[in-house]
Ligand binder design. Sequence first.
Ligand SMILES: N[C@H](CCC[C@H](N)C(=O)O)C(=O)O
Length: 270
Amino acid sequence: MNINFFKYQGAGNDFILIDHRTGPIKDIDYERVKQLCDRRFGIGADGLMFLTSNPDYDFEMLYFNADGRPGSMCGNGGRCIVAFAKHLGIIDKETNFLAVDGPHYAKISAEGNWVDLQMIDIDTINTDGDAYVLNTGSPHYVLQMQNLASYDVYQNGKAIRNNDTYKKEGINVNFVEDKGDYLFVRTFERGVEDETYACGTGVTAVALSMAQHKHQNGHIETPVKVLGGDLRISFDYNGEQFSNVFLCGPAEKVFEGTIPFPQDGQPGQS
Ligand SMILES: N[C@H](CCC[C@H](N)C(=O)O)C(=O)O
């Protein structure tokens, strides 16, 4: 069957979005998802999402990484699917939707291209040598460094993601340089197995780790620069728990089209 797709991007983290409110998704063909996300043989994206209906929420987000496998929470994907839901007329200024890590609240600008997405509360940040390790909906490794612009994020991120500790489950590897007024962050993403231009759960993990590292307290606003643009993380920290965590940034529709998509017992056929 043919289905319509929409391509969105948030700070250069890009996604294929499919409106699937009409029925349950069954037998998703992971190979087809992977091919659609491929930048040479497909549409090209860091991930693919289905927007489905849920009786208790405005909608539900089903996220797949570019390797075709179901991913954990995607922050920029969450912001993009909120913009998509507004485009579809499902929501207006705010929403409560369900994702793989639970319910999320979000606010969206009148123009529909700026989304503040609430992330899960966090109370545990572990360490691994000099790095911080935490789960902001997806697992993240956070390491501080200098001269990040010229750092080999691909080789070093890949080595950490595939070391004995993380190989089995995988981890997203974030490198951060504290620039004083803002944090500069680059991320090697699990499931894409490459550096992406932005990672929302990643910059969130970085901002929280840095607040703990610097012994900051109270209401904190952290501007972040990534390869694909600017994001902002705001949260409250009482020294033990991070709450009211918001990932804020752009979310824009790039283009739309039609593709064959096998499902409902026809995996592999298109
Ligand atoms: N790009 C995403 C992270 C996707 C999560 C994925 N890489 C995984 O670990 O399953 C974000 O903006 O948060």
